[in-house]
Write a protein that binds this ligand. Structure first.
Ligand code: T3D
Length: 254
């Protein structure tokens, strides 16, 4: 369901239900959650790359999963929320490579990347309201922050299907590359991040997510606390030493 492959300090996670456009099932979500938890614990993993197998990134919830039965949405959403909490609490930088369609919760997952690349042929649609649901998996939290309230209203209420270039123009992704180069480029980016000051990346993720709900005074206080933590890392010492010695830093992720 989720392929795991180590490429030096990068853990590549591939959603692997290509015959169903990597639509999300309870089983796939459990596998993704376990992989994220394991990656967080593994000191050797210093960056993650998330992508999809086949022609889609993910079509969101598998609408065939429950057959004719009406799912217990609240219970099912707990599985989603565990994954989203794990993504937001990830202590390593996350690169997402959107290889094809990203819809509904599949699009939500993509937005959790710290650096998001899309293949030229990728597309994005919020999809939720088209089937009478509300946005989930953190979409209501992230989307207005990424694109502003007015655009989020349009993308949710009208649910257009955006091309990769349109997604780039809105800031939903950072870069668009030809499909045949997507994974190579995403891996190169993830490997660069994996050579970085891992703790400072983790603390920066935390700051960017938390400061939205804080006042300026609270944000400054949090910056000071986390700067204290970053300042105690060996990577900070190494960064300053390398600057003074006019050489590239060799960060150890500690
Ligand atoms: O707790 C809960 O359950 C609530 C949680 C909700 C989270 C959500 O994610 S809600 C949103 C669910 N997703 C959608 O509504 C997206 C539906 N799919 C689409 O909009 C489009 O299929 C795509 C934009 C993803 C891709 O379009 P395209 O043109 O590339 O492919 P297609 O022809 O529409 O689909 C190809 C096949 O995949 C087709 O099956 P067939 O006819 O070849 O047998 C289609 O039915 C199937 N498929 C597409 N999306 C899903 C799916 N099968 C199951 N679940 C899907 N989500």
């Amino acid at each position: 369901m989720v392929l795991k492959e180590r490429q030096e300090g990068v853990l590549v996670l591939t959603l692997n239900r290509p015959e169903r456009l990597n639509a999300l099932t309870g089983e796939l979500l459990e596998a993704l959650f376990a992989a994220l938890e394991e990656a967080n614990r593994d000191q050797g993993v210093r960056a993650l790359l998330l992508t999809g197998a086949g022609k889609a990134f993910s079509a969101g919830q598998d609408l065939m999963e429950f057959g004719e039965a009406k799912p217990d949405y609240e219970a099912h959403l707990r599985r989603y929320n565990r994954v989203v909490e794990a993504l937001s609490a990830l202590e390593k930088p996350l690169v997402v490579a959107v290889n094809g369609a990203a819809a509904g919760a599949g699009m939500s997952l993509a937005l959790w990347g710290d650096y998001r690349l899309a293949a030229t042929e990728a597309s994005f649609t919020t999809a939720f309201l088209r089937i009478g649901l509300v946005p989930d998996s953190g979409m209501s939290f992230l989307l207005p922050r990424l694109v502003g309230l007015a655009k989020a209203q349009e993308l949710l209420h009208l649910s257009p299907r955006l091309s990769a270039e349109e997604a780039l123009a809105l800031g939903l992704v950072h870069r668009v590359v030809p499909g045949e180069r997507l994974v190579e480029e995403a891996l190169r980016q993830a490997q660069e991040l994996a050579q970085g000051p891992t703790r400072a990346h983790a603390l920066t993720r935390k700051l960017l997510l938390e400061t939205y709900r804080l006042s300026l005074t609270e944000a400054l206080a949090l910056e000071a606390i986390l700067q204290g933590e970053a300042g105690r890392t060996l990577d900070h010492e190494e960064g300053v030493r390398a600057f003074r010695e006019k050489r590239p830093p060799r960060f150890q992720g500690r």
